[in-house]
Design a protein around this ligand. Structure first.
Ligand SMILES: Cc1cc2nc3c(=O)[nH]c(=O)nc-3n(C[C@H](O)[C@H](O)[C@H](O)COP(=O)(O)OP(=O)(O)OC[C@H]3O[C@@H](n4cnc5c(N)ncnc54)[C@H](O)[C@@H]3O)c2cc1C
Length: 389
């Protein structure tokens, strides 16, 4: 289609993260002029590793980026649940729903995923402006006028807020009442050398109401995570990270205990309070729309936040490609995305609550419950997530 006939010739995306760069790649490859404005000076990733289920993999495949991700990461099909001593409780395999040669999970260091997406977006012609953000937005039925913190201004056919859990565009469009809510959990992560036997995702249930995990990231590396119950939404002093994490890991034996014992001050331990964003629908005003964490950040238990941001980008690109007028495009997007993202948020929180708030005086009962329920929970979530968004 000639550029003249296109409804969306010029698109602005706020946020050069996972959803923003996936969308920029897809739209720029259509010949659309795409600008991305990123608040940070460098669009480098903060974080440790991303577990990617079949639905994230489907989007990467559609962008022809799957091979790059495979080369940068580690693939697996199995989750194994253990008690804190390392004894196996139950194992759950996920189906290879995208074909026999494509494993169920593609884990990748976050910085590698971000680099792959950023390269693809820039190669497709995306213009990336770092160190800037949107400060004002006005619109009419034909377009959106945007003013930037740098003093620049421009008009676009579509504006997309992919600016993450603390989205500035969300505030501009919907006010301050949809800020992230603390869930009562904290997440600890640290990258360490991969144990040679660790070619599955290992979960470990502690008797101190924590859950630990070991996730292979590359041939050489894996990350340890720990979920803790936390009384308040505070950023802890990084100087205390090693001590507090070691205390939480104290009851663990087996592989987790071995990793705990090798942790020292040279390891970069990342702590994040777990928050979610519960923005009711619609996630758009006129021609400005929120995607990814900006609209629906959730708990990491289902490992679906990045996947949902990627799916948002996939669906939005498809609707733009169909040249739907803005009101129809926005409504179609909400119909395709709202319930699915809500499912992901609710399922993640349900897993967190069931694992973390159990009566640990009856540990063996809890393990029986995990043994009976987990394979079924994952089968049904695999089926849901395997369906086309
Ligand atoms: C502990 C933890 C573990 C996780 N593990 C997984 C996992 O295994 N699998 C998975 O699928 N998901 C996981 N997630 C979720 C995942 O990280 C997020 O859901 C995902 O990054 C959201 O993508 P996004 O594009 O919406 O936002 P981000 O990737 O957060 O990108 C937002 C970008 O916008 C920029 N920005 C912010 N404000 C502005 C502004 N005002 N103007 C311009 N730019 C701005 C930011 O600097 C950033 O570059 C995890 C999350 C956490 C906390």
């Amino acid at each position: 289609m000639s550029k003249q006939a296109m409804i969306y010739k010029r698109v602005l995306i706020a946020g050069a993260g996972i959803g923003g760069m996936a969308l920029a790649t897809a739209l720029a490859r259509r010949g659309i002029e795409v600008q991305v404005v990123e608040r940070r000076q460098q669009a480098s990733a903060i974080g440790v590793g991303i577990i990617q289920h079949c639905n994230a993999v489907r989007v990467l495949q559609s962008l022809s980026l799957l091979q790059d991700c495979q080369a940068a990461g580690f693939q697996a099909d199995e989750r194994r649940y253990h008690d804190e001593s390392g004894k196996l409780i139950v194992s759950a395999y996920s189906a290879r729903s995208l074909g026999p040669d494509i494993p169920a999970f593609h884990n990748v260091p976050r910085v590698a995923l971000q680099g792959i997406l950023e390269r693809a977006a820039l190669e497709a012609g995306t213009q990336l402006r770092t160190g800037d953000s949107i400060v004002a937005i006005t619109q009419d039925s034909e377009g959106v006028d945007v003013a930037f913190g740098s003093g620049a201004s421009a008009r676009y056919d579509l504006v997309v807020g992919a600016d993450g859990i603390r989205s500035g565009l969300r505030r501009l469009l919907f006010g301050n009442e949809w800020e992230p809510q603390f869930t009562g959990f904290g997440f600890w992560r640290v990258t360490v050398p991969r144990l040679p036997n660790l070619d599955f995702m290992g979960m470990y249930h502690g008797s101190n109401s924590t859950k630990a995990g070991l996730v292979p990231l590359t041939g050489e590396t894996m990350y340890l995570f720990l979920v803790s119950n936390e009384p308040a939404n505070v950023q802890m002093d990084p100087a205390s990270h090693l001590r507090v994490l070691r205390e939480y890991l104290a009851p663990y034996g087996g592989d987790v205990g071995a990793v705990r014992d090798m942790l020292n001050a040279s390891h970069e331990i990342v702590y994040s309070p777990a928050e979610q964003v519960l923005l009711p629908q619609p996630w758009y005003v006129g021609r400005a729309l929120l995607i990814g964490d900006a609209a629906h950040a959730g708990m990491p238990h289902l490992a679906q936040g990045a996947a949902m941001a990627l799916e948002d980008a996939y669906v939005l690109d498809e609707l733009v490609g169909r040249q739907l007028p803005a009101p129809v495009l926005m409504e179609s997007f909400m119909q395709r995305r709202f319930e699915r993202c809500l499912y992901s948020q609710r399922a993640s929180l349900a897993i967190a609550n069931s694992e973390q708030h159990s009566d640990f005086t009856a540990l063996s009962k809890h393990h029986d419950h995990l043994r009976e329920s987990l394979p079924g929970i994952w089968r049904s979530s695999d089926m849901k997530l395997g369906a086309q968004p």
